[in-house]
Design a protein around this ligand. Structure first.
Ligand code: 6PG
Length: 635
């Protein structure tokens, strides 16, 4: 085992490191002794080291760590202020390194440094050390504002009774997968699930038992014991159903929590609930992060897209392990970034789901038209989608292809699935948010409504009989699949993304969240449900033009000019043949209205003025001047 005692200069790494090495009967090393001569001179001259300066130093250390570990272990005092430095030092399996982070307030350390003599580090550099410091969410954290003996005793207490770095509460499918993901990444996780006779029996115990060959999960069904098993300040991640349950759990946790503890809600909570909970917990000094997690069971286990919002201070503490468990983008960076304060994380996740609803519905509309209009068998539709997906690289198209191919005996399983969609709310919430913020939201709203209509199965069957609305008679089977269908599909998807992101722009301005759309697109390029090649493109598009509607970007304007005719032709064809295409036609209607110089709204204004004297503005007068007419004939 290698024990690395880290922290800013002056925190006591060497003193405590030596005491610890004596206690553990292991050799002690000081990382400062591994600096190349140039670095020592620079530091002596008061010049802060740059990352390039540290390269050789970290490499020397990582080789030494490998050797010391082979020789039976060591204690190393090393600042290791940034996560990237710490990663470089991990040249041996994570479980063979114990990180001990010493910390205290700036003023206290400054005073200590000023009283030192003969050390080559200039106290003035302390400020830059604090600025560089990335506080890790793992390891043993000790506040050194106490005697050396007390610091040592506290470290020994941790080593003899190891505590977990994070507690995962709620072992549903997502909770279990996240626990495994955290543990696979070397994070010590304790798990909790309530025990309710006949309903939720021994969930935590069984989960720990099932995984005992690979991981050691301390398991609990007693809240107090669970909380006491966690390192202070505690990090508690819960994955439970959104809504009342979250409030009930917070209430039952509160008696066992103390100032500085952190709760992370990883479920699909409403962003307004998140804001309320954050404010409530702030009163007790407890940190709260509403964190969107996307990617379903597989994503949670192998790497989800993570959208943490709320306390920035909390993100600094746990961001490093959220980033560890997140999916990685094409450059290897984590699909996790601090989104913004308050409910920003959950708002962004809600909008992710809004885009998800409309993308799913768009695919479903094509499937429906191809299957029952063009009468193509599912495997043929799978073939068409496979061709499209060479360009689209869309996760939702990818899973739809698998779905279309799946057979149960001789039948396609899809043909046996009841056509009544369920929903848990996020799509509708995003529609509500769009209404509140005055953002046109056609595609996503249409997708929500399509699910609601689908849910009225029995009613639909009765109405179908009354209207005898069989629709497919005019289309001959096996019609050639023209490129027009694909072109219209791409247009629908572009418009849907434009609509979705425009809500983020508006929310960011309204709530002063300072959302970074390019970063949001980046963390949606892997791990999440709406990942696609287009999302990849959006990173640069939003980098170039951080605000404004996507449809105004020159690249998109050119593309939409090409697609426009095809989009309208496919909508017309589907409707003419009697096939509802709510999302595709919502996309078409939005596009036509948004790109129109003259809409129908002059008539609306006149009608309002007619029956309610609501007044209107004129296009031959300046904006802000209002007129009223007595519209009754003869006046
Ligand atoms: C994700 C999904 C996930 C969940 C949806 C489904 O990003 O991983 O969006 O959060 O599957 O909430 O929502 P509905 O049940 O409303 O379709």
């Amino acid at each position: 085992m290698i024990y690395i005692v880290s922290g800013v200069s002056g925190v006591g790494k060497t003193t405590i490191g030596i005491l610890l090495s004596k206690k553990l009967k292991l050799p002690f090393y000081d990382a400062d002794d591994f600096h190349p001569e140039d670095n020592i001179t620079k530091m002596g001259d008061g010049i802060p080291l740059q990352d390039e300066d540290r390269e050789g130093w970290l490499e020397n250390l990582s080789q030494a760590i490998r050797k010391w570990n082979k020789d039976g272990g060591a204690v190393l005092a090393c600042s290791a202020l940034k996560e990237q430095y710490r990663r470089k030092l991990e040249s041996i399996p994570k479980k063979e390194i114990t990180w001990i982070f010493l910390h205290s307030e700036f003023e206290i350390i400054l005073e200590r440094l000023n009283s030192r003599k003969g050390h080559y580090f200039k106290p003035a550099l302390l400020q830059s050390q604090y600025a560089t410091l990335e506080f890790p969410g793992y390891g043993i954290h000790i506040n050194v504002n106490k005697t050396e003996q007390e610091v040592l005793d506290e470290i020994m207490e941790h080593l003899n009774n190891p505590k977990s770095e994070i507690g995962l509460l709620g072992l549903g499918v997502m909770g279990k997968s996240l626990a495994i993901n955290l543990a696979s990444n070397g994070v010590k996780v304790a798990v909790f699930n309530r025990h309710v006779e006949k309903i939720e029996v021994d969930i935590a115990k069984n989960f720990a038992l099932e995984n005992k060959e690979i991981f050691n999960f301390p398991w609990f069904d007693d809240l107090e014991k669970f909380i006491n098993s966690l390192e202070r300040p505690r990090n508690i991640f819960f994955m439970v159903n959104a809504g009342k349950t979250v409030d009930i759990i917070i209430e039952s946790l509160l008696p066992f929590l103390e100032e500085g503890d952190l709760i992370i809600d990883g479920g699909n909570s409403h962003y307004k609930d998140t804001l309320r909970r954050e404010q409530l917990l702030k009163e007790s000094g407890i940190l709260f992060m509403g964190t969107g997690v996307s990617g379903g069971e597989e994503g949670a286990r192998k790497g989800p897209s993570i959208m943490p919002g709320g306390s920035k201070q909390a993100y600094e503490r746990v961001g490093s392990f959220l980033e560890k468990i997140a999916a990685k983008d094409k450059d290897g960076n984590p699909c996790c970034t601090y989104i913004g304060p308050e409910g920003a994380g959950h708002f962004v996740k809600m909008l992710h789901n809004g885009i998800e609803y409309a993308e799913m519905q768009l695919i479903a509309e094509y499937y429906h038209f191809f299957r029952f209009g063009l009468k193509l068998p599912p495997d043929e539709i799978a073939g068409i989608f496979t061709d499209w997906n060479k360009e689209m690289q869309s996760y939702l198209l990818e899973i739809s292809i698998d779905i279309l191919k799946r057979k149960e005996n001789d039948d396609y399983l899809l043909d046996r699935i009841l056509d009544a969609a369920k929903q848990k709310g996020t799509g509708g919430w995003s529609t509500n948010a769009a209404l509140e913020l005055g953002v046109p939201f056609d595609t996503i709203t249409a997708a929500v409504m399509a699910r609601i209509v689908s849910g009225k199965k029995e009613e639909r069957v009765q109405v179908f009989e009354k209207y005898n609305s069989t629709t497919t008679n005019n289309i001959s089977g096996g019609r050639e699949i023209s490129s027009q269908y694909f072109s219209a599909y791409k247009a629908g998807s572009i418009i849907n993304h434009a609509i979705g992101f425009s809500l983020l722009t508006e929310a960011s301005a309204e709530y002063k969240w300072n959302l970074n759309l390019s970063e949001i697109a980046r963390i949606w390029t892997n791990g999440c449900i709406i990942r696609s090649a287009f999302m990849e493109e959006l990173i640069d598009i939003f980098k170039e033009r951080p605000g404004g509607n996507l449809l105004l970007h020159p690249v998109i304007i050119n593309r939409m000019k090409d697609h426009r005719k095809d989009l309208l032709a496919v909508i017309s064809e589907a409707l003419k043949e009697g096939f509802p295409v709510p999302v595709l036609s919502a996309a078409g209607n939005y596009f036509l209205a948004y790109t129109s110089e003259q809409t129908s709204a002059n008539m609306i204004q006149a009608q309002r003025d007619y029956f309610g004297a609501h007044t209107y503005e004129r296009n031959d007068k300046s904006r802000g001047e209002f007129f009223h007419t007595n519209w009754k004939p003869g006046n």
